[in-house]
Design a protein around this ligand. Structure first.
Ligand SMILES: NC(=O)c1ccc[n+]([C@@H]2O[C@H](COP(=O)([O-])OP(=O)(O)OC[C@H]3O[C@@H](n4cnc5c(N)ncnc54)[C@H](OP(=O)(O)O)[C@@H]3O)[C@@H](O)[C@H]2O)c1
Length: 235
């Protein structure tokens, strides 16, 4: 089977969200065991893969907390891949963006990703086979002008992109391939509700973004590292 994850353990942060749920579904189809930390009990209750034998849920995990992250990754061995989907969005003009909002965006998008990358590298290097890390940036992370009106978000996701490329060089020698995807606005229920008049057909589907991540995280990816892959659909 292509992209065979049999007997492979994969962490998916943000795994109960829109993209995360599609990704967990794709990983399960390809034989992975998924470790899904979550913060919101409500999201975990409606998670369609709750009770699936291939899924282990970890409640009350705040990914900006070093101890929570260390405990999560310390409990998983051996770890093959870690996929960092968790993040959050805010859009305001710069003059209306308080420092607290900037710090929240940096925390949610960059700090959570940084801490999970660090813990994942430690966990993967405890094994002998190397592994994969995939981060989730966003279009304004690589096309900065697209970040007008959402500067705090764009800056925090640009940090994720830079972290990805720098870390990829740092850990390639350990057999760990680190990459990211940069989605444009995805077709999610939240985005449809927020933008009812937009052309939803042009938005990338979460299932398609998930399949791109699946390849980057799979053993079939033998060479790609440090890429920030645009996943824009027809947008
Ligand atoms: N939606 C888009 O159009 C779009 C476009 C480009 C990039 N992205 C990026 O793609 C990723 C997934 O987007 P999505 O639409 O699937 O988002 P989503 O449905 O809101 O899911 C995000 C998930 O991340 C979790 N999370 C965020 N911060 C966390 C923290 N500090 N600790 C623990 N969990 C945390 C959330 O938990 P809670 O439920 O507890 O909040 C939620 O489960 C995000 O990184 C987003 O920035 C999205």
């Amino acid at each position: 089977m292509l992209m065979d994850f049999s007997n492979r353990h994969v962490v998916v942060t943000g795994g109960t969200g829109a993209l995360g749920t599609a990704l967990v579904g794709a990983l399960l189809e390809h034989g992975a065991t998924c470790h899904v930390p979550h913060r919101s009990e409500a999201a975990a209750k409606s998670f369609p893969y709750r009770g699936n034998p291939g899924v282990k849920l970890y409640p009350n995990v705040e990914l900006t907390d070093e101890k929570h992250v260390a405990d999560l990754f310390g409990a998983i061995s051996p770890l093959w891949a870690s996929i960092h989907v968790a993040g959050g969005f805010t859009a305001d003009p710069l003059t209306k963006t308080a420092k607290v909002t900037l710090m929240q965006q940096l925390d949610t998008n960059l700090v959570s990703c940084f801490l999970c990358c660090r813990a994942a590298v430690n966990a993967i290097t405890r094994g002998k086979d190397g592994g994969r890390i995939v981060n989730v940036a966003a279009r304004p992370a690589i096309e900065w002008r697209q970040g007008a009106g959402m500067t705090a978000y764009a800056a925090s996701k640009a940090g994720v992109a830079a972290l990805t490329a720098a870390l990829a060089e740092e850990v390639a020698k350990d057999g760990i391939l680190v990459n990211a995807v940069a989605p444009s606005i995805m077709d999610t229920p939240a985005n449809r509700a927020a933008m009812p008049k937009a052309d939803h057909a042009n938005w990338p589907k979460v299932e398609n973004v998930a399949r791109t991540i699946l390849f980057l995280a799979s053993p079939d990816n033998q060479a790609a590292r440090g890429a920030i892959v645009p996943v824009y659909g027809k947008a």
